[in-house]
Write a protein of this length. Sequence first.
Length: 262
Amino acid sequence: MPPPTVSGLVLRLRSLGESDLLVDLFTRRAGRLTAVAKGGKRSKQRFFGVLLAGHLLEMNLAPTKSADLWRLEAAQVREAHVGLRGDYRRLLAAGPVLELLLRATPVQAPQPGALELALMTLARLERASGPAELGSALAIFLARLLGLLGYGLNLDSCLQCGRPAQNLRGLRLSLGGGVVCPACPPGRRERPAVPGLVKSLAAAATMEPRALARLRLPPGQLAEALAFLGEFWQEIVGRDLPSLGLASRSLGRCWSGAATKP
């Protein structure tokens, strides 16, 4: 149960009747939860300019008769992430951050580190210097969230034979959850890993959080990284992730001119 006052990232807004809103949130203490904002569509005092996807809010919550639904009594914006709305590519890159917290996490189950990772990613997307950095921030989020939610990739050894993967060439990435060495027979759910990609994914998953802001994947790795991580997350979630496909396609068109600022 979350405390009465809680910080939460707005993931999605849904209409409820003529004047109310359902607000899907991700909080540090209670994970994902849903609150009803009475009069949220029309309020010009309590919620005007507050309830927007991507806003980090400080909120007062009250219980309802349903254990899975809270009532949003009051809220104020702690971080608006306004930089994301200044360029459509930044906003597209932020979409999968919100969608995965919504689709891949259970209701009211704490997920240590997940909110911090999301906020760190959104902040980097706001100040990203170009499409390659936008793609890097997104790929790092996708790889690191896997570990936080218990789905971490095995990048150290072959999934089939257990052979150490370090310094091997010709590795393949498998939707089974890691790498396959070139000595093992190929499978349908595998794709070749471009040079350096496995090392970059391992760094994204294991580096200290404060050092992640300096990690950038070369444009030659980004398309493959996002394609594989997107497929892997779809396997986990069991459904399409439209925001991830849209972000990957949009950024991919820019990587040939990665020096162009967004």
